[in-house]
Design a binder for this molecule. Sequence first.
Ligand SMILES: [Zn+2]
Length: 283
Amino acid sequence: MERFEKMENIKHKISWSIGAVLCAIFYYCGIIWVYTFVQKRILKKSRTVVLMYHRVGDDIAKDSEITVSNANFDEQMKFLKNKFKVIDLDSLIDGIGKESDSLSASIAITFDDGYKDNYENAYPILRKYQLPAAIFLVSRLIGNNGEILNLEEINIMKDNNIDFGSHTLSHKILADIGIDDARKEVTSSKVELAQLLDREIKYFAYPKGKKRHFNEQVKLAVKEAGYKAAFSTENGEITRGCDVFELKRIGMRNYPLFVFKVRLSGIFESKLFYFVRKKLKLT
Ligand SMILES: [Zn+2]
């Protein structure tokens, strides 16, 4: 298992290094401009994407895989504010079932785990640009140590455009524990968070969130618990008619703005690109 995880990490690193080089080529050779022009103006396609963040702050080295610096996050939010319709999760989920074009070129912003820096660093920037976001909380970790949001911080944000969802009771990998324990993680966290926040908890995010970290039984438990939708960490965009209990997101890292723009263009989610990644076994 440990060896498998190591191999996965190496693959992940190679894939990201290739990705960074490709981003530079796509951006600085103008490929991204052509791609966006063709998608938008000729094919009339627009994308709906859910961004997934974890931490925002300047101590990148501490958690380099999942931290975005304050300056990069500010630039990214400014870009979203100017170029996209940023929507909350209610609008996103309501839009998926509708025939109309209500979802076109929309972005939703999410954070997993409920780190304290979401309040200290991300929230002031979100406020500055008046952008909605959602944070998925691990209910039994709230206020537990200096790293995780406390209830006071959560309450301030919940009245100011930040929604909260469940990320289980204790961040266990739901496919690895028995279904009874998984059901408890899913159901009890919803109840506990609703009591703590005095608000209905409508959305769920699977811990770790790749396909292998949850299964059909777990998905059914999430539905039966009364959630309206659930998010994975599988890479991809929101499409009409997609499974709302397995919504894909695009994971955010400490990208400079040009990489962010390339990620948002959708070129990495195009069919051709999936084919290449599959062939190189980098998916
Ligand atoms: Zn998590």
